[in-house]
Design a protein around this ligand. Structure first.
Ligand SMILES: Cc1cc2nc3c(=O)[nH]c(=O)nc-3n(C[C@H](O)[C@H](O)[C@H](O)COP(=O)(O)O)c2cc1C
Length: 304
């Protein structure tokens, strides 16, 4: 069965990609399976300089998902270009760089840096990380700022730009429209929902950062609703994510309005989850009367 999907800058052999921050730069996972099986890889965030991230503890399990406040730990954009991208480029898969910053200038610098390499196929612009003190969140919650940073990155980069939206907003459609107007080639949605967990013996927040981003199956219905709403109003492609653990979840995302998907937290529970989903997808599509990914995308106008 044909699982391929064509998106701006991306010829995906299948619509499954590990989500940013849940796959590092693929090194550890490459010991489990051949990364060429994946539609693409969404790399961990890149900032201008190396970041050590937030103090620990910075991850916690909750009764319905996972909280994290990693704080964009990464070795800095030049290290990523010099060492991580060449290692990933050996695989026959698309590479998407996730870029972050605490100022417009930093986003511009990081976006322009990736022009050095043709091995990166597209940028995912993270305007939505809730766990960095300086800036970050203001780009993801204010349509004016989101538009501005998208415009600057589009101008600085020679690659298609997918803007990753935060669910921590009142009106997701307004955010999506703002970045579409600014020239975004696609959307990536959603990032984590801000949450908190209390450590009972100390009566303090369990995560050192106090709050963290909630991910995993708990956020899937929120993501599906937001993608559905945005799909009605915006015409650029959407890479959907949030709590995907199975091929059925992928189909739900595609029908709601996504064009491809990313799998995040589930990789921590089952390192083979992306390959398992890719293997199961043809049977699940067939079961629900579809004969390709394109077929689902074409027919969803009727179903939704
Ligand atoms: C540990 C962890 C680190 C993450 N780091 C990033 C990141 O660096 N950049 C980014 O855009 N999103 C990051 N995310 C968000 C994920 O890419 C994804 O949008 C979110 O977790 C929802 O998908 P999921 O429920 O499948 O995990 C991170 C998520 C987790 C759990």
């Amino acid at each position: 069965m044909n699982l391929s999907v064509k998106l701006p800058g991306l010829n995906l052999k299948n619509p499954i990609m590990p989500a940013s921050g849940c796959f590092g730069f693929g090194k550890e996972y490459s010991e489990y399976y051949d990364l060429s099986l994946l539609g693409g890889v969404m790399m961990k965030a890149a900032t201008q300089f190396e970041r050590l991230g937030n103090p620990t503890p910075r991850v916690a399990e909750t009764s319905a998902g996972m909280l994290n406040a990693i704080g964009l730990q990464n070795p800095g954009v030049q290290q990523i270009i010099d060492h991580e991208v060449p290692r990933l480029a050996k695989y026959d898969t698309s590479i998407i760089a996730n870029i972050a910053g605490s100022s417009i200038e930093e986003y511009e610098f990081v976006a322009a840096s990736f022009n050095q390499t043709t091995d990166v196929d597209a940028l995912e612009l993270n305007i939505s990380c809730p766990n960095v003190k300086e800036g970050g969140i203001q780009f993801g919650t204010d349509p004016f700022m989101a538009k501005k940073v998208t415009e600057v990155v589009k101008k600085a980069s020679n690659k298609p730009v997918y803007v990753k939206l935060s669910p921590n907003v009142h009106n997701i459609v307004e955010m999506a429209k703002a970045v579409e107007e600014a020239g975004a080639d696609g959307l990536s949605m959603i990032n984590t929902l801000t949450g908190m967990k209390i450590h009972l013996p100390s009566r303090k927040p369990l995560i050192a950062n106090k709050t963290g981003g909630l991910s995993g199956p708990a956020i899937k219905p929120v993501a599906i609703r937001m993608i559905y709403e945005v799909r009605q109003q915006v015409s650029i492609p959407i890479i959907g994510m949030g709590g995907i653990t199975s091929a059925e979840d992928v189909l739900e995302y595609l029908i709601a309005g996504a064009d491809a998907v990313a799998v995040g937290t589930a990789n921590f529970q089952n390192p083979f989850v992306c390959v398992d989903i890719i293997n199961e997808l043809p049977e699940v599509l067939e079961q629900y009367g579809f004969n390709s990914i394109e077929d689902v995308i074409e027919k969803r106008g009727i179903t939704v």
